[in-house]
Ligand binder design. Structure first.
Ligand SMILES: Cc1ncc(COP(=O)(O)O)c(C=O)c1O
Length: 301
């Protein structure tokens, strides 16, 4: 009998596509190729489906959680949607804690999958406050926190899937990898895998400039730096302004047909800066999610 995949098994193996217009004639003349990895093609719509599946299935395999248990997570959006999907498939109750200024599409997607939301006042300190509240609820016995910021199963998902897919789909030609940094799970896991194949591969992290708001990514204050973050895995960081990232998100849609989120466009801004100094480079950047998740913010109007 023919075997068919379950929805869970369709997470990962996302397309890697070459940009045709934005890199321009100068990059073409220097032999630079810029490739976007389309993580918005995952079933719940973002790169976060990978760590969501990894954190839940590995905790289950270790006997730390079982279907019917309550899981808790502080999340700025995409992780919550990914976790809500996996919790729905596997039969967990999912409590998601987030600041109340996040886009309505995100909240609605989480509740569609059956998750329960706890909105914290953004004025109380945004994600830092949400992360503290998650740990407090766990201490009170209200459920298990997966803690994407400290959970090694987050970068492990990228070490075992995203990294190998990039290596395979570039036939080992990748020279640079660029990712926006939130929990840093993507950049940690992919960096470790790619450098294990070729230590010369350069890894570039994009973060928002001081005062810029780019959903999903942060320049963390020292006390809230993710525990999974190892500065040795990132060769260079580039700061990107909200205005530049938003303008690039509009260009990605209009010039390349890639309708992506703001952090994805921020990674491309960083990739183009790096490309200015290079010849014969194969640069891969992560397209974390899709633009429809940001429609209500007006950024595409
Ligand atoms: C829109 C968006 N971009 C980028 C990231 C960063 O990914 P990572 O947490 O793996 O650093 C996230 C993570 O939540 C995100 O939601």
């Amino acid at each position: 009998m023919k075997s068919y995949p379950t929805l869970e098994q369709t997470i990962g193996n996302t397309p890697l596509v070459r940009l045709q217009r934005i890199p321009g004639a100068a990059n073409a003349a220097r032999g630079n190729v810029i490739l976007g990895k389309l993580e918005g093609n995952n079933p719940a719509g973002s790169v976060k489906d990978r760590p969501a599946l990894s954190m839940i299935t590995r905790a289950e395999a270790r006997g730390e959680i079982k279907p019917g248990d309550t899981l808790i997570e502080a999340t700025s959006g995409n992780t919550g949607i990914g976790l809500a999907l996996v919790a729905a498939i596997r039969g967990y109750r999912m409590l998601l804690i987030m600041p109340d200024n996040l886009s309505l599409e995100r909240r609605a997607a989480m509740t569609a999958y059956g998750a329960e939301l706890i909105l914290t006042p953004a004025s109380e300190g945004g994600m830092e406050y949400a992360r503290d509240l998650a740990l407090k609820m766990q201490a009170e016995g209200k459920g298990k926190v997966l803690d994407q910021f400290a959970n090694p199963d987050n970068p492990l998902a990228h070490f075992e899937s995203t990294g190998p897919e990039i290596w395979r789909d570039t036939g080992g030609e990748v020279t640079h990898f660029v990712s926006a940094m939130g929990t840093t799970g993507t950049i940690m896991g992919v960096s470790r895998y790619l450098k294990s194949q070729n230590p010369a591969i350069q890894v570039v992290g994009a973060q928002p400039t001081e005062g810029s708001q780019i959903p999903g990514i942060r320049k963390w204050p020292e006390a809230y730096l993710p525990a999974i973050f190892d500065p040795a895995a990132v060769d260079r960081t580039e700061s990107v302004s909200q205005a530049d990232a938003e303008a690039m998100a509009r260009r990605l849609a209009a010039e390349e047909g890639i309708f992506a989120g703001i952090s994805s466009a921020g990674a491309l801004v960083a990739a183009l800066r790096v490309a200015e100094e290079l010849s014969n480079a194969t640069i891969v950047f992560i397209v974390c999610d899709r633009g429809d998740r940001y429609l209500s913010t007006g950024v595409f109007n």
